[in-house]
Design a protein. Structure first.
Length: 389
């Protein structure tokens, strides 16, 4: 990240300093919530038509704890402080967790419940009393608030959220701690020590779950790892170099690829099939029509099982679909979008939910969530083969 115009690189030691303007200032984004003219859903049901739909009464702000646990940005930091979310497709809800550094000290967890009528935002847990120190956990045993980036993943085989590293309150350091959040009992558990690993602490970790193997794949910017929730074990699969810390990643299960895009024009493809040897390919100069995605910090990315494409959002009305078979991006415009994306990125707050056949976006703490349905017309560049590159 940038601090006073200078880039500070990752420390090679056991911790990484998360450098952010947030250590000394509040976000300029807080002064103005993004504006939108999107259609709103009625009677708690997302319409079957295409385009953007605002979901009424789903702002996060009304559910923030009072008094605030502290931090320069307050509860806004749950979303704005480089933080993400997962798609709990079992319970049909988006689980949101974030904060950290000097921005927000609260470690509570939120849920956008798509299965209720009407759809509703709720707070699942209360914040821990903050110990005003740079520790991995608080006195109640729950993890310290942190910038979560893209380091969260839903593990359906164990019904838990995976969380790794991130910029902790109130120091910004990224530890090497692994956590799981039980989505049935709403209880945190620290998984350390793990068998194998741990990966490097990282500002900008990227994780996603692979339904083919039941593993979470994690990029700590220097290596590719797998995490097995059944055995609580890590395995280093590949060394990496030149990976920027503004990436978002998503697993394409059909093609068995880990696709990572964003930052300074980066576009990485990692083969994660069982016989792939986890080869890494740089597609930054091999894709067409993908400039907006390549240069967005932490763009929204999700896999669409219907079209078998990677779908991205970088702000505004436009939605970008990427076909790995043809290496092309195409853009669709749907009026009434959510407005600008956060300068600190979208991370995992743009997800596809099969139960509602729509993408769901939480963009701002004082803005309603959005649903997006895409046209069913075939992509003009689609090969329909779904093969591997």
């Amino acid at each position: 990240m940038q601090l006073f115009g200078k880039i500070v690189r990752q420390r090679p030691s056991w911790i990484t300093l998360t450098v952010a303007v947030s250590a000394f200032t509040t976000f300029s984004a807080l002064a103005q919530t993004p504006k939108s003219s999107a259609r709103s859903i009625s009677q708690g049901v997302i319409p079957s038509g295409t385009g953007w739909f605002a979901i009424p009464d789903t702002q996060l702000a009304p559910h923030c704890p009072n008094p605030s646990p502290g931090g320069n940005s307050g509860c806004a930091g749950v979303i704005l402080a480089w933080s993400g979310a997962i798609a709990d497709t079992t319970a049909n809800r988006m689980i949101i967790w974030g904060g950290g550094h000097q921005n927000y000290y609260g470690n509570e967890v939120y849920s956008l419940n798509l299965g209720t009528s009407p759809i509703a935002m709720t707070r699942l847990t209360n914040p821990s009393p903050f110990n005003n120190d740079c520790t991995d956990s608080q006195t109640d045993g729950n993890p310290t608030s942190r910038h979560t980036y893209n380091g969260l993943a839903f593990m359906p085989t164990v019904n838990k959220m995976y969380a790794y590293s991130g910029g902790k309150a109130n120091c910004g350091y990224a530890g090497r701690d692994t956590w799981t959040f039980d989505l049935a009992t709403l209880q945190w558990r620290r998984q350390d020590p793990t068998a194998g690993g741990p990966p490097a602490g990282c500002a900008g970790c990227v994780a996603d779950y692979d339904p083919n193997t039941g593993l979470v794949f994690l990029v700590d910017l220097t290596a590719l790892w797998s995490y097995n929730p059944q055995t609580n074990s890590y395995k280093q699969l590949q060394t990496l170099s030149d990976f920027d810390y503004h990436l978002t990643g998503v697993i394409d299960p059909g093609r068995q690829l880990f696709v990572l895009i964003g930052g300074k024009g980066q576009f990485w493809i990692i083969n994660v099939g069982p016989k792939s040897k986890y080869s890494v390919q740089d597609w930054s100069q091999k894709v067409q029509g993908c400039e907006a995605l390549k240069h967005a910090p932490y763009p929204g990315l999700a896999y669409d099982p219907g079209s078998k494409l990677i779908v991205g959002w970088t702000g505004g009305d436009a939605v970008i679909s990427f076909n790995p078979d043809t290496r092309r991006c195409t853009t669709q415009i749907f009026p009434g979008g959510p407005g600008p994306a956060q300068e600190t990125g979208t991370h995992g707050r743009f997800r596809y939910f099969p139960a509602v056949r729509a993408f769901i976006l939480v963009n701002d703490w004082k803005q309603d969530a959005f649903a997006l349905r895409l046209a069913s017309a075939p992509n003009p560049f689609a090969s329909s083969a779904g093969g591997k590159p």
